[in-house]
Each structure stands twice: as C-alpha cells, then as structure tokens.
Design a protein around this ligand. Structure first.
Ligand SMILES: [Zn+2]
Length: 249
C-alpha cells in the first residue's frame, strides 16, 4: 500500500548497508521510515532530508514486515537561512531535537500546521532570544504542559497586582500563598504570558512584546527556559551551543 503525507524531516541515521533511517513528523504523528539506497543514490532524495525540510513523503507499507519504506519525497518548503546563518542553524537543530525527543500524547492537525508555519516564518525573520521563548512556550502548550496563569494554584484566588510563579507547581501563586522559591513577576510579564497562549505568529508576538521592557522579556524568557527543563526533565544537547551563539550576537 502506497500513501502520501506532508512531513517535516526530523533526523536521519544510517541503517544497514546503504539505507537511511529517516524520522518524520506528520499530521498523524511521528514516524520512522527506511529510505532504500539513500546513502548511495543521493539523486532520489536530492539532499532534501535535512532538518526541518517540509516535504510530501511517499510511503509504502510492505505486505510483509513491519517497517515503512520512504519511496521518495517532493519538496514543499526548504528553509534556506540555516545554510548561511549559524545562529539559525543552531536554532533549527534545537527545534528538530525538541520535536524528536519530546512529544505530546496526541498531536492535533492544527498543531502540525502551527509548527510548519512557525518554521517558515522563522526562516524569513531576524532572530533573537524572543523566538526561542516563543518556541519553548508553544511547544510546552502543544505537549499539554502550559503554565497555569489565571488563578493562584494554592487558594484559587485571582491575583490582580502581585504575582509569584512557581516552576515546580507549574504556575502562579498569590502574595499570601507564595513559596520561597517562587519568582516575582510583574503584571506586564503575566499579561504577556497570557497573551502568548493565544498568539500564533511571530508578527503578533512582536506586537505584544512592544509594550514590555527588555528586562521583563529577559525575565520571562529565562523563566520559560527553566520551566521547559524542569517539566520535560530533559536538556536538549543543542541548547548550550545555541545559547553561546546568541551570546556572541
Ligand atoms: Zn493564593
């Protein structure tokens, strides 16, 4: 049986002899397929098996055996900027790594489209740490790990002016319930985090961030990074080198 799915290339590794094992993200979830002869015949795949290339994947399920065969791919979108911009290259590796090693229990079609559009928008944009903050937040949200931002997790009140945030508890605490390790957040920071829940594009993110100071943005970026590391309980290998590339400007 042959079928076709839109897919993002996540990773590839050598399989036996001249084959490649290709990891793909599709609207139906993550799959792994064998590209026969791909190590030898580059022609059939035309170097389209790079991280986060968006393709139409032609797959075959053999009558015998369990695995899937990747018969071929047609290009839909090839991110160009990671090939000439090292900072982008590291960020794209970070996204591909996150998509490979963490995963929601169920991926919705609209989440798949969000990821595809985000990658295209990122490819066309100048980037800074804001985009990483956005990615960390949205991926946590897709994975069902979004922080609780409306009510105090201890007493259920809705704080109006003073907010604390507990990473292990996963959200906000009011002044009365705050714990020693909880971080103080300004109203602007809480307001920004609440908006990001609904924001779907980098353009809208920049609009929302234009009303927040750089210090406040740094604060929420660092908070979401720690939130990500704590709740996934996993550190991407590409994180350090990406952060170093940002520090260099
Ligand atoms: Zn409380």
């Amino acid at each position: 049986m042959i079928f076709t799915l839109p897919a993002l290339i996540l990773d590839k590794s050598q399989a036996k002899e001249i084959d490649l094992l290709v990891y793909l993200l599709t609207p139906k979830g993550k799959i792994c397929a064998v590209a026969k002869g791909a190590q030898k015949s580059k022609k059939r795949f035309l170097n389209l098996l790079e991280d986060l290339t968006y393709v139409r994947a032609h797959l075959r399920k053999p009558q015998k055996g369990k695995g899937l065969i990747l018969e071929g791919v047609d290009l839909i979108y090839l991110p160009e900027s990671p090939r000439r911009d090292l900072k982008k290259f590291y960020f794209f590796s970070y996204i591909a790594e996150t998509l490979t090693y963490t995963y929601p229990p169920f991926l919705r079609g609209e989440d798949f489209l969000f990821i595809v559009r985000f990658i295209e928008e990122l490819d066309r944009s100048e980037i800074s740490m804001q985009e990483k903050f956005f990615w960390d937040f949205k991926w946590l949200q897709i994975c069902g790990l979004k922080p609780h931002l409306e009510r105090c997790l201890s007493c259920g009140d809705s704080p109006r002016k003073i907010f604390y945030f507990s990473i292990p508890r996963g959200g906000i605490l009011c002044h009365n319930c705050k714990e020693d390790s909880a971080k103080y957040l300004t109203f602007n920071q809480i307001d920004l985090l609440r908006k990001v829940v609904r924001i779907k594009t980098l353009e809208d993110l920049r609009e929302a961030m234009s009303r927040v100071t750089l210090e406040e943005i740094k604060g929420v970026s660092s908070l979401m990074k720690q939130f990500f590391l704590f709740h996934f309980n996993w550190e991407p290998k590409s994180l350090k080198v990406m952060e170093e590339s940002y520090a260099l400007g």
